[in-house]
Design a protein around this ligand. Structure first.
Ligand code: AMP
Ligand code: GLY
Length: 419
């Protein structure tokens, strides 16, 4: 079966890497792909109708979508209208990520635990509410803001500034509506699940490191590293997550008649009153996917076909017990301004240690791999326990260098502290 993957980051590299191991896989295409992907043909198309044409003319048996923006733009609707098999919610269901107010209403309607929130479409009402509630408070642009639309404000001034930025157009249309949300405290975990609208199967738990610097300090990023499993998700907590989050999610999808044949990612805060949903994503997480898929024993392609075909009930996933750790190597200055085009050395040596190096912001220039983005590589390794996985990942990281390479030295510190 030929496969088309949409996206070009570390997440898509991990998906391509895992699908390539499937005996079912024929030719693998990726749009746009990245230079780290082996035996994958790059497809230089972005228009959704052209991609659907490509899928028809290249006998693509399954299309897997990485990024949320493509799902929110309605790629699944276009492909399915042409009878093409695709993994991803349709445009309406993708609003679970595309609109935080849509997601909040969904959670309220179906009884999923989440932070209290109010939605505003003008600055004066938002500021009045802020005055009443005080800080800490969380300010969220309603729409997609590439991970930058959330401010956890510790002071009223910070919140007021964030509200002003949204209504002032900092996030374009995504900030025309703003959520003010109760600030929750606890440890975060990511629960990512396959869902075909009838069955929901969670993948291994994981935890992401969103802050740029060690000790979870500095600005929010797309994710500086991840590990799986997340020990905060104990067997007991899994039961609660099943009962209070995954089952009501599935029931909600059915009651609201949403076409959800895709990946649901619940970002959780584990509070002292139990797990609460901070956000939904309607796709795999990045870099969680790199950590999760290196632990998956089963055939990902087979499972994704089942998601698209609505026969997920027949799938059983098996996992390696060994934990995994993904360390993101980033450009100096990320998530702010950074330079591109720095030659990267040591990639082969890093892989010789047994780690997998997933590319994200890289490019091939005159036969040399150079940096081409903020998050450049995701160095991922398993180990017999979490300490060994951390050691293996950093041993591989030590092989790699470029001018200005930056990374966190403390990925998985919470898991290490729990031992
Ligand atoms: P989101 O894009 O909604 O996942 O938010 C990004 C990050 O902001 C989350 O990973 C949390 O660290 C933080 N966050 C979001 N909502 C809340 C909340 N209600 N309370 C505390 N922190 C939050
Ligand atoms: N790592 C967080 C995300 O993918 O949204």
């Amino acid at each position: 079966m030929n496969v088309l993957i949409i996206g070009g980051g570390g997440r898509e590299h991990a998906i391509a890497w895992k699908i390539a191991q499937s005996p079912l896989a024929g030719k693998i295409y990726c749009s746009p792909g990245n230079p780290g992907m082996k035996n994958v043909e790059a497809v230089p198309l972005t228009d959704l109708n052209e991609l659907a044409e490509f899928a028809s003319s290249h006998d693509i048996g399954l299309t897997m979508v990485g990024p949320e923006a493509t799902l929110c733009a309605g790629i699944a609707d276009i492909f399915r209208a042409k009878g093409l098999r695709i993994v991803g919610p349709d445009k309406v269901a993708a609003q679970l990520e595309g609109s935080k107010s849509f997601a909040k209403e969904f959670m309220r309607r179906h009884g999923l635990p989440t932070a209290d929130a109010a939605v505003f479409t003008d600055e004066a009402s938002a500021l009045a509410y802020l005055k009443k509630k005080g800080a800490p408070i969380v300010v969220k642009a309603d729409g997609l803001a590439a991970g930058k639309g959330v401010v956890v404000a510790m002071t009223e001034q910070e919140a007021a500034d964030a509200i002003h930025a949204c209504f002032d157009g900092a996030f374009g249309a995504a900030g025309a509506s703003v959520l003010l949300e109760e600030c929750l405290f606890g440890e975060e975990a990511s629960i990512i699940a396959l869902c075909d609208g009838k069955t929901i199967i969670p993948l291994a738990s994981s935890q992401d490191h969103k802050r740029a610097y060690d000790g979870d300090t500095g600005p929010n990023t797309g994710g500086m590293g991840a590990y799986s499993p997340a020990p905060v998700v104990t067997p007991e907590l899994w039961k609660t997550i099943d009962q209070q989050i995954l089952a009501p999610f599935l029931k909600g999808v059915q009651e609201d008649k949403l076409d959800f044949r895709g990946i649901i990612y619940a970002g959780l805060m584990v509070t002292d009153k139990g797990p609460k949903v901070l956000e939904f994503n309607v796709r795999f997480g990045d870099p969680e996917t790199q950590a999760i898929l290196t632990r998956l024993k089963s055939d990902l392609l087979e499972a994704l076909v089942a998601v698209a075909d609505g026969c997920l009930a027949e799938v059983k996933l098996e996992w390696y017990d060994e934990p995994s750790v993904c360390v993101v190597l980033a450009s100096n200055g990320y998530p702010g301004h950074y330079e591109k085009g720095k030659p990267i050395s040591g990639l082969d040596d890093a892989e010789k240690t047994g780690a997998v190096v997933f590319h994200a912001g890289t490019k091939l220039a005159d036969g040399q791999i150079v940096t081409n983005g903020g998050r450049v590589l995701g160095v991922t390794a398993r180990g017999k326990d979490i300490a060994a996985a951390v050691q293996n990942a950093y041993k591989a990281v030590a092989c790699i260098s470029w001018e200005g390479m930056q990374y966190r030295k403390d990925i998985a510190h919470r898991a290490l502290e729990r031992r």
